[in-house]
Design a protein around this ligand. Structure first.
Ligand SMILES: Cc1ncc(COP(=O)(O)O)c(C=O)c1O
Length: 399
C-alpha cells in the first residue's frame, strides 16, 4: 500500500484545480430523474450564473458533457463549413498564441476546415495589427471567424481582447470574434457584450472550481444566425437542437448531472465572494508568483516566459536553462514537499515549468507552493535567488 500523505498535497497545475469542500459535497449526491424540476433549476442557475460571469444579457449558454476540446469542436462544427476540395473557400483565422492556438488550429484542420494562422512569437501576445492586416487582405470575406485564445495555458501569455476587437473593427471585415476563456473565465473580467465577442468558450475544471467534464459555449445572436446558415451536417454539437427548455435535449441526452450540481455550487461560492473580489484575489496571487520568479531569476537559470504586460493571472510559465532537469525538480517538489506543479507543454516541453494559481487558492497556499518549489530547486542544486521575500512583500502590499 502506498503510504498516506500527511496534510494536503498542493495542486498547482493550471487545471484541473483543487475543488472546494462545498463543491465536493455537491458532487456526492444521488442523480435525479430527467423530469425532476430540481435538475432544471440547477441547470438554469448554472446558465444564469455563467451569463453574469460573462457579462452578457442575451447569449445562449450551451453546456456539453465534454472538455475544452469539445468546446472547440462545438464552435467549429456550428460555425464553419468545410473547405473546398482545392483547399479554398470558407476559413477561420487563428492568431498564434502558442501551444493552444496551434492545437485548436490542428483540430479545426482535422475536421476538414481551412485555417489561416498568424505566426507565434514565443512569449508575446497576439499582435492586433497582424489580425487587422490578414482581415484586410481577405477581400472575398472567406474568413468566417477569428478564434483567439485569451490565455494560452502553455506559454501563460494573455492577449488583449479589446485591442483585437478594435483591430477587427478597423479592418471593416465581418468575421465573428470567438474567444477561448478556458483558462481565464473566473480569473479576469470577461465583458462579452461590451467586447462584442460573438462566442466565448470555457470549461469546468479551471477557475470555475468544478471537476473536469463540462464544456461551456456562450453564443450571441449573430453567431447563432451564422450557424443556422451553415449547411454542414452535425448533431451532438448542434446549437439548434440544444436550444430547448427540456434538459434532456439541452444535453443531447443525459447530462453530466453531478458536475452540474458541482458547478452550481462553485458559481454560488464565486458570487458569495463577489466576482470583482475573485478577480482581485487572482491578481494578488499572480503578483506574488511573478514576484517570486523575479527573485529566482536573479541567479540566471530561470526566467519569465511571457513578456511583461502579457503575463497571465491564471498561470505562470517559467523558462529554464537548457541543462536543467525539470522533471527531477518536479519529482522532489511533489514527493518530498507535497507541491504538484506542471511541466512545459508542446514546444516548451523540457524548456519550462508552470505554476497554476487559479481557482480555489489563497495566500497561504501560494506561499506554501512557492516555498515548496524553492526548496526543490535547492535540493536539486538549481541556482536561484530568493523568491520568498519578494512574494511575501507583494502579498503584503496587495492586502
Ligand atoms: C486555453 C485552453 N484552451 C483549451 C484547452 C483544452 O481543454 P481540455 O484539456 O479540457 O480539453 C485548454 C486546456 O488546458 C486550455 O488551457
Amino acid at each position: 500500500m502506498t503510504p498516506r500523505i500527511p496534510g494536503r498535497r498542493l495542486l498547482h497545475s493550471p487545471g484541473p484545480t483543487p475543488l472546494p469542500d462545498e463543491v465536493l459535497h455537491a458532487l456526492a449526491r444521488q442523480p435525479m430523474d430527467h423530469g425532476d424540476p430540481r435538475l432544471d433549476e440547477h441547470i438554469a442557475r448554472c446558465e444564469a450564473g455563467l451569463r453574469r460571469l460573462l457579462q452578457t444579457e442575451a447569449a445562449d449558454v450551451f453546456l456539453y458533457a465534454a472538455n475544452g476540446h469539445g468546446a472547440w469542436e462545438a464552435v467549429v462544427a456550428n460555425l464553419l463549413p468545410r473547405a473546398r476540395a482545392d483547399g479554398s473557400g470558407p476559413a477561420v483565422l487563428i492568431p498564434g498564441t502558442g501551444h493552444f492556438s496551434e492545437s485548436w488550429a490542428v483540430q479545426t484542420e482535422g475536421l476538414g476546415r481551412r485555417v489561416v494562422r498568424t505566426p507565434w512569437r514565443e512569449g508575446y501576445p497576439v499582435d492586433p495589427a497582424e489580425v487587422e492586416a490578414v482581415l484586410r487582405a481577405d477581400r472575398g470575406h472567406d474568413i468566417q471567424a477569428v478564434f483567439v485564445v485569451h490565455t494560452d495555458t502553455a506559454s501563460s501569455v494573455c492577449s488583449d481582447m479589446a485591442a483585437i476587437r478594435a483591430a477587427m473593427d478597423a479592418s471593416g471585415h465581418p468575421a465573428l470574434f470567438v474567444v477561448d476563456m478556458v483558462a481565464s473565465l473566473g480569473v479576469q473580467s470577461m465583458p462579452m457584450d461590451a467586447l462584442r465577442a460573438n462566442v466565448v468558450l470555457a470549461a469546468s475544471q479551471k477557475a470555475l472550481m468544478a471537476p473536469p467534464g463540462l464544456a461551456i459555449v456562450a453564443v450571441d445572436a449573430a453567431a447563432f444566425a451564422l450557424a443556422e446558415r451553415n449547411p454542414e451536417p452535425r448533431f451532438y454539437w448542434d446549437w439548434r437542437l440544444r436550444r430547448s427548455e427540456v434538459s434532456y435535449r439541452k444535453f443531447c441526452g443525459t447530462g453530466p448531472q453531478n458536475i452540474i450540481f458541482a458547478l452550481d455550487a462553485a458559481i454560488g461560492l464565486i458570487e458569495h465572494e463577489g466576482i470583482a473580489q475573485v478577480h482581485a484575489r487572482h491578481q494578488a496571487l499572480a503578483g506574488a508568483v511573478r514576484a517570486a520568479v523575479g527573485g529566482w531569476r536573479e541567479a540566471g537559470e530561470l526566467d519569465y516566459f511571457a513578456v511583461e504586460g502579457a503575463r497571465s493571472n491564471s498561470v505562470t510559465t517559467i523558462r529554464i536553462a537548457p541543462e536543467l532537469d525539470i522533471e527531477a525538480v518536479r519529482t522532489v517538489a511533489r514527493e518530498r514537499f507535497q507541491v504538484a506543479f506542471a511541466g512545459g507543454l508542446g514546444p516548451m516541453t523540457g524548456r519550462a515549468f508552470r505554476i497554476g494559481h487559479l481557482g480555489d487558492q489563497n495566500p497561504a497556499q501560494i506561499l506554501g507552493t512557492l516555498a515548496g518549489i524553492q526548496a526543490a530547486l535547492q535540493v536539486c542544486g538549481v541556482a536561484h535567488g530568493d523568491g520568498m521575500g519578494p512574494a511575501i512583500a507583494s502579498l503584503a502590499q496587495a492586502a
